[in-house]
Ligand binder design. Structure first.
Ligand code: HPA
Length: 271
């Protein structure tokens, strides 16, 4: 079945559950899914019921779509995302972004947990993503291009919308939340990086490293969606602190999720 045929089936199924127009797609990363609990007039759709969606397997990811109103906007939130390291193809990982766009979303807010590479960052900092480096070795747009969805060779000159970023910065200032800014470098995972890889990533211009986001943002750009990206720096990257573990990532997101939610909600209200 072609991508377009799958999109039609999935979109029709989601609309039949009561999802109407969508302004913003939201992708909520590890430990950050609670924001979806604040969505009102809700329609909740577990991933396993949605045609052409795989089931999410990661701890800390609920695995459902939540539709409704947040900050006066009609949003469709992914509580939990699909990762390349789970063994899904990049096309599968990014299929929900295609669905968001098909439902009418011209903008996307993408969030993640990541390791801090920039030596001035501290665990618990939030970071506005200004640009990204695709270091996964793959690309979700490989293969035949669907010209109706976007061009064969998409422009990636402004992968993250500058105007959205400015709004987020002013909101952070107003809320007295530290908001770093920087470049997110996407690895395939699931291993955390080695200290040598982190030194390399810093030389290449990365400020944070993670295992998600890059494919979704490529596909959003393919379809000319405007993107706001916010990272929660959950730990200092390998070689910059003692051993890394997933528990620390979860603990840090727990600690900063209140700030994270306020930042996203007020930014969403103003963009
Ligand atoms: N590296 C990659 N992904 C991550 C990290 C990290 O240090 N922390 C949270 N997600």
């Amino acid at each position: 079945m072609s991508l377009k045929e799958r999109l039609v089936e999935t979109t029709q199924f989601i609309q039949a559950q009561g999802v109407q127009e969508v302004d913003f797609g939201l992708i909520l990363g590890s430990g950050l899914g609670e924001l979806a609990d604040e969505i009102t007039d809700r329609v909740v759709i577990p991933y396993e019921t949605i045609p052409h969606f795989p089931a999410s397997t990661v701890v800390g990811h609920a695995g459902q779509l939540v539709y409704g109103t947040l900050s006066g906007k009609k949003v469709l939130a992914m509580q939990g995302r699909f990762h390349y390291y789970e063994g899904h193809s990049m096309q599968t990982v990014t299929f929900p972004v295609r669905v968001m766009k098909a439902l009418g979303a011209n903008s996307m807010v993408v969030t993640n947990a990541a390791g801090g590479v920039n030596t001035s960052f501290s665990p618990g900092d939030l970071m506005l993503i200004t640009d990204q480096i695709n270091y996964t070795g793959d690309n979700p747009l490989m293969g035949l291009n669907e010209d109706e969805l976007g061009p064969r060779f998409p422009d990636m000159s402004e992968p993250y919308d500058r105007a959205y970023g400015e709004v987020a910065k002013s909101v952070a200032k107003e809320l007295k939340i530290t908001l770093q800014k920087g470049v997110y470098m996407g690895f395939s995972g699931p291993t955390y990086e080695t200290p040598a890889e982190i030194r390399m990533s810093r030389l290449m211009g990365a400020d944070a490293v993670g295992m998600s986001t890059v494919p979704e943002v490529i596909v959003a750009n393919h379809m000319s969606m405007r993107v706001l990206g916010v990272t929660c720096v959950t730990n200092l990257a390998a070689g910059m602190q003692a051993n890394l573990n997933h528990e620390e990532v979860v603990e840090t997101t727990e600690r900063v999720k209140a700030d994270f939610k306020e930042l996203i909600k007020l930014t969403l209200e103003r963009i």
